[in-house]
Design a protein around this ligand. Structure first.
Ligand code: 13P
Ligand code: SF4
Length: 361
């Protein structure tokens, strides 16, 4: 429509005038009208690496959610401004682990296991904190201060392997599903994975259960990926015998178990693009990515497992109107919606992020 065309033109014109001064990054879940303007599209791990790899841009316009922009700010240079076009683009899962709750949990675990920052005779720590990228900078800073590490859905296993070389147990937050799915695939049993409920003493577990724990899970989840069910997979298999079912590891464990494969947004994209024979794919992730993959790969039949369209409502808050507004601001010398992580937090969070970047997938 005319309004959309006009906005797209405003973004294009401002971007052309800014040239190399600006880099537009987009997450795979962004809507098409945003993706067309992106210089770089990726999953959260790729976007974090890209933020580090482009020191020439004086501004990075980050079309994604708040925790991704914070990460980009911490990994890019101090001369670079990271801009989140709409400051209301958060992530409900990231909000499920507050720094106060995590610190309180850490204190309770200290009472149980002793000083958590002191290695035992075998050189192991009692607990290694591992945070999913989908968490605030304050949480990443906490993790960095306590010998911990960040992971994304594309490197969670590598990161957990690293953590088990460092410590006897892992405290994994905020996403219970990514934690459970990854640990389960590594042979950790359900009994060894108690879930921490911050509203109960010792998170609702007994001291004995926590002694035997390998991975203590947080109670967070993604409201988009929680919608996928085993019944939807059964329906897809009955409608399309031979269908290949791929889901994101933020889905509940029974869904991941019933699928053929699970992986990050880039894993899903790569798996589809690598299929040489025409294939039917049923995908368990956000709808904008599924629809784009379907349009780009007409040789395959690709559909979303959830028949009710399921966008990530906060990713959707990035709209071309905001992109035009921040780019036009840059042209006037006005840096709008800059995301700045305070240096006293960033210095620790960067340690946890750099550990992740060093732990090769
Ligand atoms: P990826 O790391 O797979 O891009 O996922 C990020 C995310 O928020 C999924 O909900
Ligand atoms: Fe957060 Fe879920 Fe949206 Fe990913 S899809 S940004 S985890 S709410």
């Amino acid at each position: 429509d005319a309004g959309a065309d006009e906005l797209a033109e405003r973004v294009r014109a401002a971007k052309e005038k800014l040239g190399d001064r600006v880099l537009i990054m987009g997450h795979f879940y962004q809507r098409e009208e945003v993706v067309v303007h992106a210089d770089y599209l990726g999953d959260s791990f790729q976007l974090a690496k890209a933020a580090k790899a482009h020191p020439e841009a004086e501004a990075i316009v980050f079309c994604g959610v708040h925790f991704m922009a914070e990460t980009a700010d911490m990994l890019s240079g101090p001369h670079q401004a990271v801009i989140l076009p709409n400051l209301a683009a958060g992530c409900s899962m990231a909000d499920m682990a507050s720094i106060d709750e995590v610190e309180e949990c850490w204190e309770q675990l200290t009472d149980l296991y002793g000083d958590l920052d002191t290695r035992d005779a075998e050189g192991l720590l009692p607990v290694i904190p591992v945070t999913y990228m989908n968490s605030s900078a304050a949480i990443k800073g906490f993790v960095g201060r306590h010998n911990g590490i960040v992971c994304t859905s594309s490197n969670a296993r590598t990161v957990l392997e690293w953590a088990f070389e460092q410590g006897r147990r892992v405290l994994f937050f905020p996403d219970q599903h990514l934690g459970r799915n990854t640990a389960k695939a590594m042979g950790v049993t359900a009994e060894q994975m108690p879930m921490w409920n911050p509203r109960q003493p010792l998170g609702g577990s007994s001291a004995d259960q926590l002694q035997d724990a390998r991975v203590i899970l947080w109670h967070g989840f993604c409201s988009v990926h929680r919608r996928f069910t085993v019944d939807q997979i059964a329906q897809a298999r009955s409608d399309y015998p031979g269908v290949r079912v791929i889901v994101h590891p933020e889905c509940p464990a029974p869904v991941v178990d019933a699928a053929d494969e699970s992986g990050s947004t880039d894993y899903i994209r790569t798996a589809i693009e690598a299929a040489t024979e025409p294939t039917v794919f049923a995908i368990g992730t956000e709808i904008n990515l599924v629809q784009r993959l379907a349009a780009q790969n007409p040789q395959h039949t690709i559909f979303c497992l959830d028949p009710v369209v399921c966008p990530c409502s906060t990713m959707y808050r990035i709209h071309p109107g905001y992109i035009a507004w921040v780019l036009e601001g840059l042209l006037e010398g006005d840096v709008r919606n800059r995301i700045t992580v305070p240096e006293d937090v960033a210095v620790h969070a960067r340690v946890a992020l750099e550990r992740m970047l060093a732990a090769k997938p």
